[in-house]
Design a protein around this ligand. Sequence first.
Ligand code: C2O
Ligand code: CU
Ligand code: CU
Length: 520
Amino acid sequence: MQRRTFVKSLSAAPLVLGPSSSLLRAQTMERIAPATATPGFAPDIEIVLRAQVGEAALRDGASTTVWRFAGELMKGASDALGFLDGSGHIPIIRARKGEKLRIHFENHLPEDSIVHWHGLNIEQRMDGHPMYAIPPGARYVYEIELESRAGTYWFHPHPHERTSFQVYQGLAGMLIVHDDEEQAAGLPSPAHELPLMIQDRSFDADNQLVYIGPMRHNWMMGFRGDYVLVNGREPYARDVERTAHRVRIVNTSNASLYHLRWSDGSPFTVIATDGGLLEAAREQATLTLGVGERVEVWVDFSGFQAGEQLHLLAESYTPSLQNITVEQGGRALQDGARPIASFRFTEQAPVVTVRPERLSEQPALDEREAVNSESPRAVAIAMRRGSFYLNNRLFGAMQDVPDENKVKLGSTEVWEFSNDSSMGMGMGMGGMMQMAHPMHVHNVQFKVLSRTGSREDNALHQSLRAGFTDYGLKDVVVVLPGERVRVLMKFENHTGIYLYHCHILEHEDLGMMQNYLIEA
Ligand code: C2O
Ligand code: CU
Ligand code: CU
C-alpha cells in the first residue's frame, strides 16, 4: 500500500527544469497519431511489449517496485523473447538480420512513454523519437525490418524530460541481432552467451529505488547509484560451463562510466562494439564503457578449475570523472575495483575451443567520400547557466530542425564533437563542470577518425582512453574533457528527423539533444 503511494507521488512530482523548460510546450503540442499495424506487413516475429509497474527481486530482502517491460511472444522462434537472468524483469529480444518485427508497445505507465531502438538504422516513425510519445493506456505498433548487422543493441523509453526517470525505474531491454556472417565466424552459440546489463541504483531502507530530486544541480551532475547492478541483480553471480563464451556488455546506467577488467588479470578479447562484429578479435587489458555503449568479448573458461570463480571488476566514475568505486556498496574491493559479476565454474568437463580470428567484413565507410572532411560539422559542447548546450542550443520544439542540422541521404559526413576544457571555469565549482559526455547519434553507426586534445599528462584520462574501443563501429562515443573527437558516418536508407544527444540521461532530459534531418 505504502509502496504504491510512493510510486504515485514520484510520478506526479513535477520536473523543475527552470525557465527554459519545454514541458509546457510539450503539453500543449498536438499529439501525433500512434502507428498501427499495417495489413501488408508480414512479421516473422510478433511481440506484445507492455511498460508497466511491477515488482522485482533486485537485492536480498524485500522486493522492489519497478517500472518494467513485460511481454508475450505471439509469433516467432521461442527464443525471440526472453528475460535476462537474475530478477527476470529485463527483456532480451533475439532476431535475425532481414527479419520483420512487429512489436505492439502498450503503455500501462502513469505517464507518456515511447520506445527507442538504440543502434538501429530504422524508419523515422519506428525510431521512438519523443514526438511520438503515447499517453497511458495507448498502444504504438512498431514494424521494423531489421537492417542492422549482427550485434548487441538495446531499447529504452525516450519521452522528453522523462527518459532518465523511466530508465531508472527499470525500463530497458537488450536487442540481439544475428546474421549469416556471424554464423560463419564460429562464435559461441546463444546457449553460451552471457548478456550483462550494467546499471547503478540507490535504495531506501525498504529496498525501494531512490532517485535524485528535481533540483537542477543534481541533474547536471547526473544520477549515480550506491550499488552497481548487473542484469537487475546485486550481487550478481552465476554458474558457467568451462568453455568459450560470448559476453555482451551494455552500460545502461543513467550517468556513470565504468572501467572494467577481469579479476585474473587476463586481457579482454574484444569481438564487437556498438555496431557489431569487428573484422578480427583484438585484445586489451581494460574496457571503458560510457552510458549506452556496448562491447562484446570472447572468453575461454576451459582453463579454470571446477568451483573456481572469475569476477568482472569495475571502477565507477561520475560524468565529472570522480572515482566513486569506494563510495558504492556491495562486495569488497579488489585492487581498487569492485566485483560486479561473478562466474563460478561447473563440474562439467572443460571443452577447449579455438579463438575465432576472422569475424566479419566491415561496411564500406570511406573518409575520401565525405562531403566535409576539410570542415567537419561541428558539435560544440558547452555549459552555461546550469545547462549543457550543443552548438549553443537546447532541445527545442519536437519537430523543429535548425538549418545547420540538415544532411543529405546517401552522403558521408565527418562530425566533430568538441568538449572544450575551458567551459565551466569560474563557475565556483572548480573543475567539477568538466565532464565526459557520451555522445550518441540515432540511425547510424560511425567510425571514430581521431581523438585529439587529450590530456597526456593526466593518468586517469590515459587509463580511461586505454579502455575505449574506438576501432569498431560505434553509435556512442565518450568525449573526455578537452577532447575533440571526429567521427565518420553515412546516412543511409531512411529520410526523416532523428536525434543526436548526450547519453547521460539527465543531460539528455535537460535538453542536451538536437534534432537532425536526413533529406532526400
Ligand atoms: Cu539510447 Cu536517443 O538514445
Ligand atoms: Cu539511440
Ligand atoms: Cu552530457
